[in-house]
Write a protein that binds this ligand. Structure first.
Ligand SMILES: Nc1ncnc2c1ncn2[C@@H]1O[C@H](COP(=O)(O)OP(=O)(O)O)[C@@H](O)[C@H]1O
Ligand SMILES: [Mg+2]
Length: 242
């Protein structure tokens, strides 16, 4: 069953079409890689799904319910959460405070106490529950990334959008990060992940969609895509390192 349906999604910025009639779906429980060279429109597409940006044309629906035209917070409540390419946390707050705020915006109406419980569970999922009362300002880079992920999980999303969440990690942290994403998938969440690290894509994503210059150029099994001449040419053409 298609959980997330992206249908002809288009985003124009003045003269530039950053996302050009992109269509694909995510089945419930699936984990799909979103690939493409720099500037191909991946982050813009994530912004369209999460509601940070409005589509110029096309539609996006979750479980048959149209998200297009709805506000960011309504889309979050409907079940879409995301992390940002550049980590966004609130450094002046503790970890639990950071995660309680988005927990309040989850499905249904929650009291602060209920939100705190959900937040603690999200911190547990990413391995940070022991540090719940520490200040977010004191976190290492990987722990900042874990915290941002916990903030996304705290809204109890059906679909999680990860924008290069594994970027910038050392090899040990990368292995931990891959294991963490795998554990989220096993909990039943559906994931669309922008990722340049092919080792991670191979390990986590049976299927990938590939963008180039705003258009979808492939939607196929990962092993097929990584041997697909169109995909290889797109990466080589932009001088990317994948
Ligand atoms: N807010 C914006 N205003 C104008 N142009 C933008 C904006 N956001 C992205 N772009 C342009 O859209 C294209 C796609 O960018 P982006 O989606 O960030 O690519 P990717 O994440 O694949 O590297 C780029 O040419 C970029 O400069
Ligand atoms: Mg990007």
């Amino acid at each position: 069953m298609t959980l997330l349906a992206i249908d002809g999604a288009t985003k124009k910025f003045d003269g530039l079409t950053a996302v050009n009639e992109v269509s694909f779906g995510l089945e419930a429980g699936e984990i799909v890689g979103l690939l493409g060279p720099n500037g191909s429109g991946k982050t813009t597409l994530i912004n369209l799904v999460s509601g940070e940006l409005a589509v110029t044309a096309g539609s996006i629906s979750l479980n048959g319910q149209r998200l297009t035209g709805r506000r960011r917070d309504q889309i979050a409540r409907a079940g879409i959460a995301r992390t940002f390419q550049l980590v966004r946390i609130l450094p002046s707050l503790t970890l639990i405070e950071n995660v309680t705020i988005p927990a309040v915006f989850g499905p249904g109406r929650r009291t602060v106490a209920e939100a705190q419980e959900v937040a603690l569970e999200a911190l547990k999922q990413v391995g940070l529950s022991e540090m719940a009362t520490a200040s977010a300002a004191d976190l290492t880079y990987i722990d900042q990334k874990r915290l941002e992920l916990a903030r996304a999980l705290a809204s109890e999303p059906k679909v999680l959008l990860l924008d290069e969440w594994l970027a910038g990690l050392n090899p040990t942290e990368l292995a931990e990060g891959i294991a963490l994403i795998r554990s989220l998938k096993e909990s039943g969440i559906t994931i669309l992940m922008v990722e340049h690290i092919m080792e991670a894509v191979r390990a986590l994503c049976p299927r990938v969609v590939v963008m180039n210059s705003g258009r979808l150029i492939a939607d196929e099994a990962t092993e097929t895509a990584l041997r697909d001449p169109h995909v290889i040419a797109a990466y080589l053409g932009e001088g990317a390192d994948a």
